[in-house]
Design a protein around this ligand. Structure first.
Ligand SMILES: [Cu+2]
Length: 291
């Protein structure tokens, strides 16, 4: 084979690799129909006062790591091609060890990256968790396998002890799920408590999730900014019917919220029910029906 033939067959090989890589990249981007509005599935930027900053942290981190990835893959490809073994090569290539400048470089650059990611994550997290004086406080009590809501809104103190909806596969079950009502544009302090085992409060559209631990209260402060209905779920495996421990969040105008509160019972269903299985079962009698 002449050296010209060899060069042309090598070029064809490289072209083939590039074509496969290009097709792969197209396929990957083509498969991302879910990727929309800030590259997070079905989440509006303004759902709460936090969703925008969480999206920014996520998207900017992705852009950064993708750029580093492209640079790294490019350098790897370049090394593989430029320093490939030639026909005339014998023995080992020149070895590169104890090269101090390179060692300092590949220690310092990743360290700087990790610290930068840490700094942005930390400042976002601090902003999200900052304590806010809220007129509305909802003591959310998770229990196997439903939720109780204690609302304190100004002079109103109301509660709702909900029961677990049974998933039947039939339409209409969604409407029977326990529903947490929140007024739009008002900041809310969610006090997250558990009556029995560890649960986790998760509203995917709010991009926030927090564990609910017996004997300990965790807090979420947020302001819903868009009227609408959102799915909520328990995100910690908590027993047999964990998968049915679902709820709705309804964000409504303030007057509608107050009207709803007035349909609820006066007072607070609270600590007295904690870790008293009989009382819990009384509240969520429906949960044990037909099991
Ligand atoms: Cu749970």
């Amino acid at each position: 084979m002449s050296s010209q033939d060899r060069t042309s067959s090598r070029r064809k090989g490289i072209a083939k690799v590039l074509a496969i890589a290009g097709a792969g990249a197209l396929l990957l981007t083509g498969c991302s129909a879910e990727v929309q509005r800030g590259w997070l599935p079905n989440v509006e930027r303004d759902t709460t006062n936090h969703t925008g900053m969480i999206q920014d942290l996520w998207v900017n981190s992705w852009i950064t790591v993708l750029l580093i990835g492209i640079l790294t893959w490019g350098l790897m490809l370049w090394c593989i091609i430029a320093y490939r073994r030639r026909k005339t090569d014998t023995g080992y290539p020149r070895q590169l060890s104890y090269n101090l400048p390179i060692e300092i470089f590949y220690t310092a650059v990743p360290l700087a990256l990790v610290l930068t990611f840490f700094m942005f994550s930390d400042s976002t997290e601090k902003a999200i968790n900052a304590e806010v004086d809220s007129q509305l406080v909802v003591d959310v009590r998770a229990k196997q396998w439903a939720w109780d809501y204690n609302y304190t809104y100004g002079a109103l103190e109301k509660y709702e002890a909900t029961t677990q909806a049974r998933l039947t596969g039939e339409p209409g079950v969604e409407e029977t799920l326990p529903t947490l009502y929140l007024p739009v544009g008002k900041s809310v302090k969610l006090e997250l408590n558990s009556r029995d085992v560890i649960h986790s409060f998760w509203v995917p559209a709010f991009l926030q999730k927090l564990d609910m631990i017996p004997g300990r209260t965790n807090y979420i402060y947020l302001t819903p900014q868009v009227v609408g209905q959102f799915d909520g779920k328990c995100a910690e495996l908590c027993g047999e019917y964990h998968s049915e421990m679902l709820f709705n969040v309804k964000v409504v105008p303030e007057d509608e919220f107050v009207t709803y509160l007035n349909t609820l019972k006066d007072g607070h269903v609270g600590e007295e029910y904690d870790r008293q299985p009989n009382k819990v079962n009384e509240v969520s009698a429906h949960a044990s029906e037909g099991k």
